[in-house]
Design a protein around this ligand. Structure first.
Ligand code: UDP
Length: 407
């Protein structure tokens, strides 16, 4: 059965849907374009998959375009990504030139006609140079943690960001001194996506069997792209410390994204560190492994997200929505999702993460309570319907630049 806005009523209630429809009445027929850099893998693609059809159902004309670029371009933008997350990096003129040339090529091939454009993350940010020719209101939707960006890169990107009508950040600490309007909107998960919908115990069992995951010990799981900023090596260390006192098995599951060229190297490092340890399973997931991720999350005793930097970390809300106890680093948007000792546990080190894992494995009743609180927190704050409503408010606000509309 196809998912429509009404399908969300049992989860969020009638009033939320009525508010969404009321706002959408003011926006009928508006062309809204989302542009990002990958159709699969990563949180942005995850969100747009359902956001775009729902906007259409509400009577807007919504489209999603993905920019194209060569390997060298994505190498550069991955370095941008890391440097925006604060990692030291140097950029040459050639890097910046390649970035601009690829954006210009995409500007020639993509259809950018719309009343409102949401340009996601730095990769397509220079498309805004088309704004004077194309018209429309342009929003830079930043999903990464830019609280401490590398200075040269930020200076370079500001030439483009400053041309937007507004910028949206995921967490308050990412806001920057900018001459444009700034809005704060947290990302969201779709409770009706294959990745998050309810599963029977039988399905979970089948999927784990197919993946070759035994369930004789409690599972401690991190699901993430193989990216150094997700710290999979640190997860292995924390797991080994925890395992000294509580028997358990680690699952590191993930795949790549087409705009992330570093995945295979990180995966090789993970495999090396895991060695022949029979209690560490490294699972490479192909794109579209939504059912597998859902089943793994549901089957886990503890979900870990030991990121070093994180824009938001959708995997945290995904786990909480399934009532799972989560141990996650107190970085980026993660503390929005986890109130320490209420809806999960926040850690700040490998030792801390190990301690939290042990605590949850040793105390299932406490773990269950954290998971239940987490689920309710996600229901009220991080589901797609809240996100949709805030995007509609942004669209209305953009049409009234002279008014201040509280969000
Ligand atoms: N994901 C996936 N396959 C993978 C790894 C991750 O589908 O192999 C999904 C994950 O379930 C989540 C999203 O990709 O929905 C990752 O979003 P998050 O914000 O956690 O991290 P990002 O990858 O955007 O940095």
């Amino acid at each position: 059965m196809s998912v429509t806005l009404d399908s969300y009523e049992p989860i969020v209630g009638r009033q939320v849907l009525d508010e969404i429809r009321f706002l959408a009445e003011h926006l009928k027929g508006r062309r809204v374009l989302h542009v990002n850099s990958t159709a699969v893998g990563g949180g942005v693609a995850e969100i747009l998959n359902r956001m775009v059809p729902l906007l259409n159902e509400l009577g807007l004309k919504s489209r999603w375009e993905v920019i194209k670029g060569g390997e060298a371009f994505f190498q550069v933008t991955k370095r941008f990504h890391n440097a925006l997350h604060g990692r030291a990096a140097e950029f040459s003129r050639q890097d910046f030139r390649l970035f601009l040339e690829t954006n210009a090529q995409n500007a020639r091939t993509l259809s950018l006609e719309a009343e409102a454009l949401f340009i996601h993350d730095p990769q397509p940010a220079a498309l805004v140079l088309e704004k004077p020719r194309q018209g429309g209101r342009w929003v830079w939707r930043c999903h990464v943690d830019v609280s401490d960006p590398q200075a040269d890169l930020w200076r370079f990107l500001r030439r483009y960001i400053d041309r937007y009508d507004a910028a949206i950040f995921s967490a308050p600490q990412f806001a920057k001194p900018l001459p444009i309007r700034q809005l704060l909107i947290a990302p969201s998960i779709d409770p009706l996506a294959k990745k998050n919908e309810d599963l029977s115990e039988e399905t979970i069992r089948e999927v784990l069997h197919r993946l070759g995951v035994p369930r004789d010990k409690p599972l401690v799981t991190q699901i993430s792209r193989f990216d150094a900023l997700k710290d999979p090596l640190g997860v292995i260390e924390a797991f080994r410390l925890a395992k000294r006192t509580v028997d358990c098995r680690l699952i590191l599951a993930g795949g790549g994204a087409s705009d992330d060229p570093e995945g295979s190297q990180v995966l090789a490092e993970v495999r090396e560190k895991a060695g022949k340890d029979p209690d560490i399973l490294v699972l490479e997931l192909p794109p579209g492994s939504d059912l597998e991720i859902n089943a793994l999350q549901r089957a886990s005793a503890v979900i870990v997200q030991k990121s070093i930097r994180e824009g938001f970390g959708l995997t945290v809300s995904e786990a909480l929505w399934k009532g799972r106890p989560v141990v996650a680093s107190a970085v980026g948007g993660i503390p929005l999702q986890i109130a320490h000792k209420y809806s999960g546990l926040l850690s700040r080190s490998i030792d801390g993460a190990a301690l939290c894992i042990k605590q949850l494995l040793n105390n299932p009743a406490y773990a269950k309570r954290l998971g239940e609180n987490g689920r309710e927190h996600v229901r009220h704050n991080f589901l797609l319907t809240r996100h949709l409503k805030e995007y509609l408010l942004v669209l209305i606000a953009l049409e009234h630049p002279e008014d201040v509309i509280p969000l």
